[in-house]
Write a new protein. Sequence first.
Length: 338
Amino acid sequence: MIIVMSPDSTESQVETVIRKIKEAGLEVNISRGVERTVLGAIGDERRLDQELFESLPGVEQAMHIVKPYKIVAREWHKEDTVIDIKGVKLGGKQVQIIAGPCSVETPEQMDKAAQFVVDAGCKLMRGGAFKPRTSPYAFQGHGVEGLDMFRKAAGQHGLPIVTELMDVRMLDTFLEYDVDVIQIGTRNMQNFDLLKEVGKVNKPVILKRGMSATISEWLMAAEYIAAGGNHNIIFCERGVRSYETYYRNMLDVTAIPVLKKETHLPVIVDPSHAGGKAWMVPALSRAAIAAGADGLLVEMHPSPCEAWCDADQALNPQELKDLMGTLRGIAQAIGRDL
Ligand code: PEP
Ligand code: MN
């Protein structure tokens, strides 16, 4: 950490800061300029609290020089991490499209959806059994019964499943049903107790971006999972809240190259919850893959206008197939496969 003393700081204020750094077990490098004294703390600076130093009299500014996230940072792990989901590789050369309905509705709907996912050439399936709904009166998902429907339908088509965990008390049930990828939704990105628990299991986790989260907060949320021992984390950009009302959320395409620079973990994009309309999904998907996303999480329903949840944003099976064709061309143009 670098601590810049203000021009009018006194010698005793400088000494107090030096004492605080040494008390934390670090060494100090003192640089006395014409106007300012700058102190460099040498050692494990994560032990130093920036706010505490900035509150000390005579301190103008305190800055960390090392990133506060470690395990997820590319700084400490240069190669891309490839996550293996029952043999399906996410984060490597091949771009993966995860498709399926917003929510698990009926065994027939899930069976049809699984067939369409396979027909389109996708290798992973999504579907929500526990739904985070704005209204308590809206369909909340079938819960455990939904997990059962999903497991059976996807199993028959050899598809690994991705589904959202909202309540830490359901984690054992998710493991019993052998959920292949645990999704943490936007509303739970900073549910730290939930993050700590999924950090203890050996299952890939899709961590969606909080709807108003900065990239740094998002990386720190991932660090919570990683710190528990689970390094199988996939970031999912799903749009952020903005002043615009034309669409549901603003897809932050810029976050893709930023994350690819900051972390070695895979980055995917959910164009469905970003745009909120099916007609926007192809354009947002093309942008995401062109910008370097490792995959997509797309809503597709066998019959969108009958969907129980997010009907307006679901692609129909043919639209998903068409999208796959277009994305293949984009992936190849940037040296990837689909
Ligand atoms: C979802 O993927 O079904 C979902 C609810 O997404 P988000 O958490 O991004 O709103
Ligand atoms: Mn949805």
